[in-house]
Design a protein around this ligand. Structure first.
Ligand SMILES: Nc1ncnc2c1ncn2[C@@H]1O[C@H](COP(=O)(O)OP(=O)(O)OP(=O)(O)O)[C@@H](O)[C@H]1O
Length: 360
């Protein structure tokens, strides 16, 4: 087939290798920064069946790095928008979209239908969920993660190799790690890391080269530096996952709050009486808001410091950019604490607003 002639000409691939690619089913969880390049290269390479799981819709802030989408995709489900783009890229493959969140309930059934699982998600809960579901269904996992200017790639649970839990046995405390929307990410970084993940998938299928099983590749985009660390297998961690396999589908993924936060603007807050302003940034974060009363409770300590909330006041929460405050308001609402609102502006904008008000 002309489409794959540049693959077939490679002695390491040939027609036999290309047939292997078209007979393989790969599931990509998350069609965001990492998912887009992973999917794009796997579709172009002729992976026979590509599954895409994502519940989220395309936002304008995604377009800086989520290269399968365009302005017309805004508001569309990402799995669906990705499928539409990939069908144009390669109409000889089958692309199945799952417009849903991967949870403990659906993960095992989904994974059973695929040969290789690729993690393109952005949160620890899903990473551990994917790892454990791969261990239980015995599927190789191609892992990737990005943070600001740095990324990591590995292959877990492959040919009796280590798993993600062998490297990091437990997830960090809930809500203590910021995501891309909080700290930012260089747009090209997920392109690099996602392409490396696609490369690992191809090597696994083709049986060529060396995979990153038992290794963690760390890439720093600022310094163009790559470090490869060795990972040892920890049988105890793997056994723990397998021991709980019968109760796996009954586990809930706690962080997915059911009650979303109510978001308000600072303009609607400051003329109100009887309010408590709460700063959920870490104590070292600046700029500080001065001249008005603010209670500081870092998000990471929220559960332990609920007693600092004034039950007689409406609680208005802010952070640096409106993301953590939303999480905090949602957490409090889910704890049945009433009248909690997230201020959409972050501290720098709030300060600017206060200065303007004083000048008027
Ligand atoms: N449990 C899950 N099931 C399905 N998709 C998931 C799950 N967890 C995360 N994702 C998806 O993984 C993708 C991660 O992409 P990315 O890291 O670029 O973040 P984003 O949410 O698109 O962007 P931002 O954090 O800047 O708002 C997102 O599209 C997100 O919806």
């Amino acid at each position: 087939m002309n489409r794959y002639s540049r693959h077939i000409i490679l002695s390491e691939i040939g027609q036999i290798g290309q047939d292997k690619l078209s007979n393989t089913k790969v599931l990509v969880v998350g069609a965001g920064g990492l998912g887009c390049p992973i999917l794009q290269y796997l579709a172009a390479a002729g992976i026979g069946t590509l599954g895409i799981v994502d519940f989220d819709v395309v936002d304008i802030t995604n377009l800086q790095r989520q290269i399968l989408f365009g302005t017309a995709s805004i508001g569309q489900n990402k799995a669906l928008a990705a499928k539409q783009r990939l069908k144009d890229l390669n109409d000889s493959i089958s692309v199945i979209e799952y417009q849903e969140r991967l949870t403990h309930k659906n993960a095992l059934d989904l994974f059973d239908q695929y040969d290789i699982i690729v993690d393109g998600t952005d949160n620890f809960e899903t990473r551990y969920l994917i790892n454990d579901a791969c261990v239980i269904t015995n599927k190789p996992l191609v892992f990737g993660a990005i943070y600001k200017f740095e990324g990591q790639v590995s292959v877990f649970n492959y040919q009796n190799g280590p798993t993600y839990r062998c490297l990091f046995p437990e997830a960090p405390e809930k809500n203590t790690v910021p995501n891309c929307s909080e700290i930012g990410v260089l747009g090209v970084l997920p392109g690099i890391i996602g392409s490396m993940q696609a490369n690992e998938v191809l090597k696994i299928i083709l049986g060529i080269g060396n995979t990153l099983s038992g290794k963690l590749l760390c890439y720093n985009a600022l310094h163009s530096q790559t470090t490869v660390l060795n990972i040892s297998k920890n049988n105890h961690e793997i056994e723990k996952v397998l021991k709980n396999k019968n109760s796996f589908t009954t586990q809930t993924t706690e962080t997915f709050c059911e009650i979303p936060a109510i978001v308000v603007s600072i303009e609607d807050v400051l003329d109100k009486n009887n309010i408590q302003l709460i700063d959920v940034r870490e104590t070292h974060e600046t700029p500080k808001i001065e001249g008005i009363s603010v209670t500081s409770i870092p998000l990471s300590e929220l559960n332990a410091h609920i007693n600092q909330l004034d039950p007689n006041k409406d609680k208005y929460i802010f952070c640096q950019s409106g993301i953590r405050s939303k999480q905090a308001a949602s957490i409090l609402q889910n704890l049945n604490i009433k009248h909690c609102y997230s201020i959409k502006e972050g501290a720098p904008d709030i300060i600017e607003y206060l200065i303007q008000q004083n000048q008027e």
